[in-house]
Design a protein around this ligand. Sequence first.
Ligand SMILES: Nc1ncnc2c1ncn2[C@@H]1O[C@H](COP(=O)(O)OP(=O)(O)OP(=O)(O)O)[C@@H](O)[C@H]1O
Ligand SMILES: [Mg+2]
Length: 242
Amino acid sequence: MIRLENVTVAYGSRVILEEIDLEIPTGKTMVILGESGSGKTTILKCVLGTLHPVKGRVLANGQDISTLNESDLLRFRQRMGMVFQEGALFDSLTVGENVAFWLWEHTSLSDEEVETRVRTLLRFVGLENSIDFKPSDLSGGMRRRVAIARAMAAEDPAFMLYDEPTTGLDPFTSKSICDLMRRVQREFTTTNIVVTHDLTDAYRVGDLFTFIKDAKIIATGSRQDIEHSHDPFIKTFLSLDS
Ligand SMILES: Nc1ncnc2c1ncn2[C@@H]1O[C@H](COP(=O)(O)OP(=O)(O)OP(=O)(O)O)[C@@H](O)[C@H]1O
Ligand SMILES: [Mg+2]
């Protein structure tokens, strides 16, 4: 479970998130929807522990992540995968090295163990044959798959965060990435947060949905809940996509 309790984030005097409460049950996917600049990526940074709220706390499986010491935070991060906006791969490294990099940095696995793990991960995302390719040799969809494999590098991923994982992809490729995200969720019972602008993809991957506007969460619930919302912003947002 991931839980944000009364979280306020500010850059200087500018409040980005104000007293946000959000709970993602274990094994579920929460989709965050909202306009550009509304603070969606900021929420992910708080959960990742790279940005500290000025007020409130973030809990992962009941543990307040701001109180973790360095080694516990490292252990926690090892079970959390982040797929960054645009994928953010290292262009000079091969596909295999991009996935291995995390394992070299964060584990004491031998080279052979790393290789085995990398192959397992790339097989899982359907890219074992591209292990020696450079990111520039890949399509946009393949690059996202590598980013997902890298985010899952931990032996037992518990939390997955996806920042606009399908932006810029064609509808078929978007669907295949959504299918992959669902497969990760199913096979590892990961607890997931997905930021997306695309309502079709949101419905594909989401169990729960939350809308953020003017630094506040204006609604959270199931697809049915949000489709029946009377909030004018949500009604407009949903109608723009149809
Ligand atoms: N390091 C920073 N310093 C100051 N302001 C920042 C910083 N990072 C983000 N912001 C501001 O915080 C607000 C929220 O940013 P955030 O990246 O969370 O938005 P977002 O909802 O992810 O937007 P997008 O859909 O465009 O990715 C933005 O107005 C942004 O300008
Ligand atoms: Mg963002």
